[in-house]
Design a protein around this ligand. Structure first.
Ligand code: GRG
Length: 289
């Protein structure tokens, strides 16, 4: 067991229990609550809330109910993005987290509304937990048109578009916006919330940038390296559907090499911080290296 696995095993059940209880208690309509909970409680890794909490831990900030509320708000927003990404008009996926996708289970309109409901509820939890306009600014910028939605737009717009197939700048930008921005925001919100010094903030944001970039490469590698059963979703799908990503640009070997470079960079960025748990997140990648 590493410091990271202890941390993950301690806090994942706390996050899961909070999400289940508060989605049931705070959503008036049992039907909407059930649709939202179905996807939120479908077994995600809780990577972004754990990153938020691990960054607080690195900065010596105690984790109590308000901090859990912020962390869970991030997970609600992440789950909204997955529900909408799976819709027929987007990636058209039948399985996510090993279960039927929201639109397959509940219908398309219901899935759109579940996503629509999770986004503002997530922002509300972050606002209530932090009482900070700065945190609300960080999260809304990260998931808006200059962040995650902007990246998703570029992705949709470029699928089956030969002209961007070899365009590294375009692919890096698209992947960063789609995946990296929310990961960076999870670390940055914790740094602001815990009043990190300027030097700590720079180190943590550099770490988050390397981690955010690496996570998309990892996810693309999972798509080709893991079986569908292990991944809980259809694999090899990106390759088959004309998606442009780092993997299609570099191929498997160079993507792995790039991932190793980013792992070292992210670990180096943590020097001088109490960053053992944050460094442990990078061990997730072992299974595709
Ligand atoms: C629809 C506005 C909108 C945005 C969608 C997140 C996203 C943008 C698309 C999902 C497709 C994808 C594979 C994006 C890369 C980000 C990513 C790796 C998502 C999966 O996150 P994990 O691995 O999943 O943390 P779990 O299920 O563990 O939470």
């Amino acid at each position: 067991m590493t410091a990271f696995t202890y941390f993950k095993d301690d806090w994942t059940p706390v996050i899961d229990d909070y999400l289940a209880k508060h989605l049931a208690d705070e959503v008036d309509s049992k039907k909407i609550s059930q649709t939202m909970s179905y996807s939120v409680m479908a077994g995600g890794k809780r990577l972004r809330p754990l990153l938020f909490l691990a960054t607080l831990n690195a900065l010596g900030k105690k984790i109590e109910e308000p901090e859990i509320r912020i962390a869970c708000g991030i997970e609600l927003i992440h789950t909204y993005s997955l529900i909408h990404d799976d819709l027929p008009a987007m990636d058209n996926d039948d399985y996510r987290r090993g279960k039927l996708t929201s639109h397959k289970k509940w219908g398309e309109a219901e899935a759109i509304l579940a996503g629509d409901a999770l986004l503002p509820l997530g922002i509300q939890w972050i606002a209530q937990g932090s009482n900070s306009a700065e945190l609300v600014k960080i999260i809304t910028q990260a998931v808006g048109p200059n962040g995650m939605v902007g990246g998703q737009y570029l992705d949709i717009d470029s699928t089956n578009n030969e002209s961007v197939a070899g365009d590294a700048d375009f692919i890096n930008k698209m992947e960063w916006l789609k995946t990296g921005c929310l990961i960076q925001a999870s670390v940055e919100m914790a740094a602001v919330y815990a009043k990190a010094t300027d030097i700590e903030q720079v180190k943590l944001i550099d770490y988050a940038k390397a981690f955010g970039r690496s996570y998309q490469i990892y996810d693309d590698l999972v798509d080709v390296v893991e079986t569908s059963e292990e991944a809980g979703k259809a694999t090899h799908k990106d390759q088959e559907e004309g998606k442009n990503n780092t993997l299609t640009l570099l191929g498997i070997d160079k993507s792995r090499k790039e991932l190793r470079v980013l792992i070292k960079q992210a670990k180096d960025d943590l020097h001088g911080l109490n960053g053992e748990i944050l460094a442990g997140f990078l061990d997730l990648y072992q299974k595709v290296l």
